[in-house]
Design a protein around this ligand. Structure first.
Ligand SMILES: NC(=O)c1ccc[n+]([C@@H]2O[C@H](COP(=O)([O-])OP(=O)(O)OC[C@H]3O[C@@H](n4cnc5c(N)ncnc54)[C@H](O)[C@@H]3O)[C@@H](O)[C@H]2O)c1
Length: 324
């Protein structure tokens, strides 16, 4: 294949991250930019000086005839865009969390499967340079407890403050740690999640999220994994994972490094390349070659992480343990 012709649906901050990587690849061409806020599409088009800004999604798909598209819209905007892309048989890269509505995500996964479309979900952490080494090291180790964390301040995109538009912090952000847990340890069997409010009192229009939550996952192999999540910027929360094995402690520092602490030695692994570069390069290579094994999470796989995030929401509101 020659240059892969790319078009973009949603031209905000995250799409800018992808563009920063893609513009360094010499085997891609930029053919279309669409955003409900046209100035954002214009801004991204100007960065690369190629392609056309469209004010209609379907016109872009039919006129620019992209080989693949990027769907990088807020979490509540999924459901109507994808069928336009899928029905035209266009492979797509899509940002997590895929959807905030379970039925929508499942329906879209079925449509993708029917067309046997190539897809890639933006779970960038899977492309960390040292993660395969860590995964391999963990095989066969006796592990009962794992602690995960994703804590920070309240993000500022206009859609972040409400469940109805962002889906809550675990589905929106903690999902990266959820996905790493799945990548390292397999599937989740049950989910329980408790959350609380009352710490965040600053002005954030319509804010209705939980300020903090802890989820407990029982894995299919019996491990117990906890995930701490908070938006009030608590001090000392470890973002990433702490894995307690018999005779070893493993610390994964989110998107940065990992340590395997043994009784007499410690192995340290530092990220050597950008995740964003690696996920985009893998996706373009998969499009160029047709080799789907380069894609570490496709729509069908990504849906499993999304269902865990949605189960956290169901549990936090109902108080029930959710079976997956
Ligand atoms: N994988 C990662 O590490 C990572 C990091 C950041 C964000 N994200 C995800 O990327 C997505 C976008 O986040 P962001 O930070 O870029 O948000 P953003 O608000 O900066 O950008 C979203 C853009 O989509 C546009 N938009 C809204 N509805 C649309 C529609 N129906 N059609 C076309 N365009 C539409 C908005 O105008 C905006 O320009 C979110 O789902 C977020 O979770 C992923």
């Amino acid at each position: 294949m020659g240059k892969i012709k790319l078009a973009f649906i949603g031209c905000g901050n995250r799409m800018g991250n992808h563009l920063n990587e893609l513009k360094n690849f010499d085997d891609v061409a930029f053919v279309g930019f669409y955003d409900v806020r046209p100035e954002r599409a214009q801004d991204k088009q100007a960065r690369v000086g190629q392609g056309k800004v469209y004010d209609s999604l379907t016109e872009m798909l039919d006129d620019a005839k992209p080989d693949a598209v990027y769907i990088v819209v807020p979490p509540d905007q999924h459901g109507l865009i994808e069928p336009e892309v899928i029905s035209r048989g266009i492979p797509f890269f899509i940002e997590k969390p895929l959807a905030i509505d379970k039925e929508v995500a499942i329906r879209l996964a079925e449509q993708v499967k029917e067309k046997n479309l190539m897809t890639c979900v933006g779970f960038q952490d899977r492309y960390l340079t040292f993660l395969p080494t860590l995964k391999e090291w963990l095989v066969g180790k006796e592990i009962g407890l794992v602690e995960g964390g994703w804590c920070g301040g309240l993000p500022r995109p206009y859609w972040y403050f409400k469940y109805a538009t962002c889906g809550g912090q675990i589905l929106e952000q903690g999902i990266h740690v959820v996905d790493t847990i799945r990548y390292l340890f397999g599937e989740v069997k049950t989910v329980y999640c408790a959350g609380g409010r009352g710490i965040i009192r600053e002005e954030a229009e319509g804010y209705d999220l939980h300020d903090f939550a802890t989820a407990v996952f029982t894995m299919q192999d019996g491990k117990i994994v906890t995930l701490q999540s908070a938006l009030y910027d608590p001090k000392g929360c470890h973002n990433g994972l702490k894995i307690y094995a018999k005779g070893a402690k493993i610390i994964y520092n989110l998107r940065d490094s990992a340590e395997i602490q043994l009784p007499n030695e410690t192995h340290f692994y530092k990220k050597t390349e950008s995740n964003d570069m690696r996920i985009n390069r893998s996706w373009i290579d998969a499009l160029q070659t047709g080799d789907r094994s380069l894609i570490l999470s496709d729509y069908e796989d990504g849906l499993k992480s999304v269902l865990i995030g949605l189960a956290c929401n169901e549990s936090v509101f109902s108080g029930n343990v959710i079976e997956l």
